[in-house]
Design a protein around this ligand. Structure first.
Ligand code: NAP
Length: 275
């Protein structure tokens, strides 16, 4: 495509902040590689603007993504939420089908792809998830859907962990740990960081590995240039580990597929992120 025309579809990332997002970089690269007529921009918006922008852009034939802090508000704004949106209470992708605005939570597909790249299969796994916000909900939902044996949620504030457990409606397999002492001596097949710890180089580690008996693999949903300190600490102990870049890429690929109805050009997206 040479440049935007009157037929060009508009896609937008809606959130606050959005200035540092990689989504415009890899989505515009994907549009070029797939030779589709779209343009992807980032729009900082507040709570009051969100429903109007989301529905307006979709009804004009476009779509987009939603990021912090609007994923829950977006879940309430769309006409047709997927099961993933209903169960996680969060929507990160929107588009138009017929005359209805659809919403999905492709963080679920993104987490699933990143976890399977790291450990192959999470069926039967015993997992520990640190954090109980939006990213944790997507991770726990994917793990439960894929047949994990158990998911223990450890969060700073227990109320939010209990709320996650109730919303997902899995009282048997999803459990809540009230503090780190409760998990001492336990081995987990997969440990997931779904807190923001690691975004800044001087953050404490989300979990010191000597607090548990062992970890089969570590998936940090945070990404930072040169990988996070926690990922490097896991590898230093011989634990296979990955940061959140693959999840970011795969949630974007799943969104591309909702918008364009065709497979995403993953290699081009990966190259765009690598710079
Ligand atoms: P969120 O909804 O704000 O939830 C954050 C969670 O982390 C909450 O459970 C919070 O605990 C906990 N937390 C925050 N600060 C903490 C601290 N200093 N110590 C311990 N726990 C703390 O955020 P989110 O949307 O789930 O995102 C969390 C992180 O995941 C983001 O920062 C981002 O880096 C990452 N993420 C990555 C991807 C990806 O594609 N790779 C996608 C989404 C998110 P309380 O409940 O006690 O407040």
């Amino acid at each position: 495509m040479s440049g935007p025309t009157t037929a060009t579809r508009l896609f937008a990332l809606l959130g606050d902040p959005v200035a540092h997002s990689l989504s415009p970089v890899f989505q515009n690269a994907a549009f070029r590689a797939a030779d589709v007529d779209g343009v992807y921009v980032a729009l900082r918006c507040d709570d009051a603007m969100l429903p109007g922008l989301l529905c307006g852009i979709a009804r004009a034939g476009g779509g987009g993504n939603i990021t912090i802090p609007h994923k829950e508000r977006a879940a309430a704004a769309v006409d047709v939420p997927t099961d993933a949106v209903r169960r996680t209470g969060a929507c990160n992708t929107f588009w138009l089908e017929g005359d209805r605005v659809c919403g999905d939570n492709t963080d679920v597909a993104g987490f699933r792809a990143a976890a399977s790249a790291l450990v192959g299969n999470t069926a039967g796994a015993r997992a520990l998830v640190l954090g109980a916000g939006g990213a944790a909900r997507a991770a726990v939902f994917a793990l439960i859907e894929d047949g994990a044996d158990s998911v223990l949620v450890l969060n700073r504030s227990p109320e939010r962990a209990h709320a996650l457990r109730e919303t997902l409606g899995e009282p048997t397999r999803v459990r809540v740990a009230l503090d780190v002492h409760a998990i001492a001596g336990t081995h987990f097949d997969l440990v997931v960081n779904a807190t923001p710890l690691g975004l800044h180089p001087d953050d404490p580690e989300p979990l010191a590995f000597d607090r548990i008996a062992g970890a089969g693999a570590v998936l940090d949903l945070v990404y930072a240039p040169g990988e996070t300190r926690w990922v490097r600490a896991a590898r230093a102990r011989g634990i296979p580990a990955a940061d959140g870049l693959e999840m970011l890429l795969r949630q974007g690929a799943a969104a591309f597929e909702r918008w364009w109805g065709r497979p995403a050009p993953l290699d081009a997206m990966r190259r765009a992120i690598a710079g």
